[in-house]
Design a protein around this ligand. Structure first.
Ligand code: SAM
Length: 215
């Protein structure tokens, strides 16, 4: 299959018409080989306008959702980014194209391991992955200029707000288990402001400061 042509088609039909306009984000979506982040039998669907299943009942988010979340992070290239929910590693790869360093936390060890293998094989050197409860953040590496949660949270975990740097942006799907809204939190002079964006559906953020179980 001509995956490069499929990526171009994805950008032209799913991202630009829905308002994604940051050229750096569009270029990253054109560049990162999304098909390498799903199992081989699913690769023909990798550029479709939908989330796809990965192992352990988890998902790789719809391309548009990855693009809008990335655009809302306003990355310029020098940032240290924390991602909660490594999953397949695809969002981490997009972030790594646009920021200086990416720290990504995944609670399921097998997913973290596969993501690490893929990212290494593709050649990313600025992504660090650890297996842990991401609702606790990554205190030893904090503060972070940007934090992105890629699982649905009942509320923003307090440890993450604490690990966000001054002028930092935190983005998360917040709501109940069946639907959420993208929330963008901006910290300026110690004061937090909140904006709400598109509605979305993510698998649950499970942990000490998230949902207690996957049910
Ligand atoms: N960003 C991923 C990608 O590009 O493939 C998609 C993430 S998937 C929608 C959500 C992920 O969050 C799952 O892999 C899930 O195991 C993980 N997750 C849920 N709760 C977590 C927690 N407390 N800490 C870390 N990861 C968590």
């Amino acid at each position: 299959m001509d995956f490069e042509a499929l990526r171009e088609f994805m950008v032209q039909t799913q991202l630009i018409p829905r308002g994604i306009h940051d050229k750096r984000v569009l270029d990253a979506m054109l560049k990162v080989p999304r098909h390498l982040f799903v199992d081989e039998p699913m690769q023909f669907k990798a550029y479709d306008d939908m989330a796809l299943s990965i192992d352990e009942n988890q998902t790789i988010s719809q391309p548009y959702m990855v693009a809008i979340m990335t655009e809302l992070l306003e990355l310029k290239g020098n940032e240290k980014v924390l991602e909660i929910g490594t999953g397949s590693g695809y969002q981490a790869a997009i972030l790594a194209e646009l920021a200086k360093e990416v720290f990504s936390v995944e609670r399921i060890a097998s997913l973290a391991g596969r993501a690490e293998e893929r990212l290494y094989a593709i050649g990313y050197k600025n992504i660090h992955i650890k297996v842990d409860d991401g609702t606790l953040g990554w205190p030893e590496e904090s503060p972070f200029d940007r934090i992105i949660i890629t699982a649905g949270a009942p509320k923003i975990p307090d440890p993450l707000t604490g690990q966000l740097s001054e002028n930092g942006i935190l983005l998360a799907p917040v709501g109940d288990r069946s639907s959420q809204q993208l929330m963008k939190m901006i910290k300026i002079k110690g004061t937090i402001t909140e904006e709400f964006h598109t509605l979305c559906v993510f698998v649950p953020l499970i942990g000490k400061h998230g949902w207690k179980t996957g049910e």
